[in-house]
Design a protein around this ligand. Sequence first.
Ligand code: SAH
Ligand code: SF4
Length: 426
Amino acid sequence: MNAYDSARMRDAMAVHGYQETENPSEADILLLNTCHIREKASEKLFSEIGRLNEFKKARKQEGKDTLIVVCGCVVQAEGAEILKRSHPVDIALGPQNYHRLPELVAAYNRKNGRVLLADFPSDSKFDYLPKTKATSASSFLAVQEGCDNFCTYCVVPYTRGCEYSRPASDILKEAQELVSTGAKEIMLLGQNVNCWHGDGASDLGDLINQLAQIEGLERIRYTTSYPSKITQNLIDAHAKLDKLMPYIHLPIQSGSDVILKAMNRQYTAKSYEEIVAMFRKARPDIAVSSDFIVGFPGETDDDFAQTMEVVKRVRYASSFSFKYSPRPGTPAALMKNQVPEDIKTKRLMILQAELLKQQQEFNSQTVGKILPVLLTERGKKEGQLVGYTPYLQGTHVSLPDTFLNQIVMLEITDASATSLTGVKVD
Ligand code: SAH
Ligand code: SF4
């Protein structure tokens, strides 16, 4: 979502003649987008500001002004503190206000001074953002934002605000813009993407059916899904639509019902596994991935063992796993039974070893298969391209740049836990 937001800020500034640069020394504006989800991400902010300030100081000596703009969820949570603590920051902008970036930059340049904007406006930023263009052959498109679920560990409902779904007509228009500027694949984004309930379609499954009509759009993905809000219509779309990739990211967080309840997650381990089974019935080859939190307050050895059992039953293609991180203002941060750091570390290592093993197994079973791979990037090695299989496996192939942004049939020749290698078949 942050990558998408950054691209939309680029679009907003492009209207005013600004261009994106990879080189901070030539930037008039240094824009830092931030994440508040875990403590580690937030902590990086002040060291990053220090790093950017070096560019600002060096440019000052050449007589050039540089604006440092900090945006994203850390600003929503701690904006005033950022301006107080960090002098080099000129503008601090929350995630619901970034459409106003050009206006704030103009006001700053008129010497109006440092500014913080982190309210929740009653109108939607999407109504003000200009046309977009594809960032690559695979582009993001935000369809839903915010969250009303209030899991007891999570800051998202406070930083991104309450749930909002964009109308289908806006989404279809943006998808057209992306496709006409080079996107072949669109990843629909939402904090809980399957809670989408905008005008013009009955649910996310219906919206995906409409998007699938767009000529030139070859692949559709979506993330992140909330387990208990999955509809039969969405599952059916996987059976019916070739364009919908066989991949579902369905975070379970924990395999213990006691912990799920304490987290305020609205499902049990059993009902989660039933939903996975329904996806697999509709699309037997579907890749399943998840997020996990270990060491949530009160998690016992037995609770953790239940998580491991679910993992061994479900068998994941890939996953993200984290140590529980107490976040300011959330109910779980105040719970008395916090788990010691060394136990969290031990559990995370056990979980990650199993997840990596499953990922290796999943990747190994594609060796010898011929798969369509969308080549989206240049590899680190000269003459190498990198792309993604329908199951979102990163795949390396030796091919010239002319194949960049193409879907190419590759025979998979080798698999590690983290990537595949392939050769082009004619
Ligand atoms: N809406 C999605 C997840 C969005 S946040 C869902 O409910 O599944 C992305 C992931 O960050 C979560 O799935 C969770 O695993 C992790 N996360 C969120 N808050 C966290 C915290 N306080 N500590 C550790 N991990 C956290
Ligand atoms: Fe956070 Fe997801 Fe829970 Fe919402 S549903 S509070 S985004 S973890």
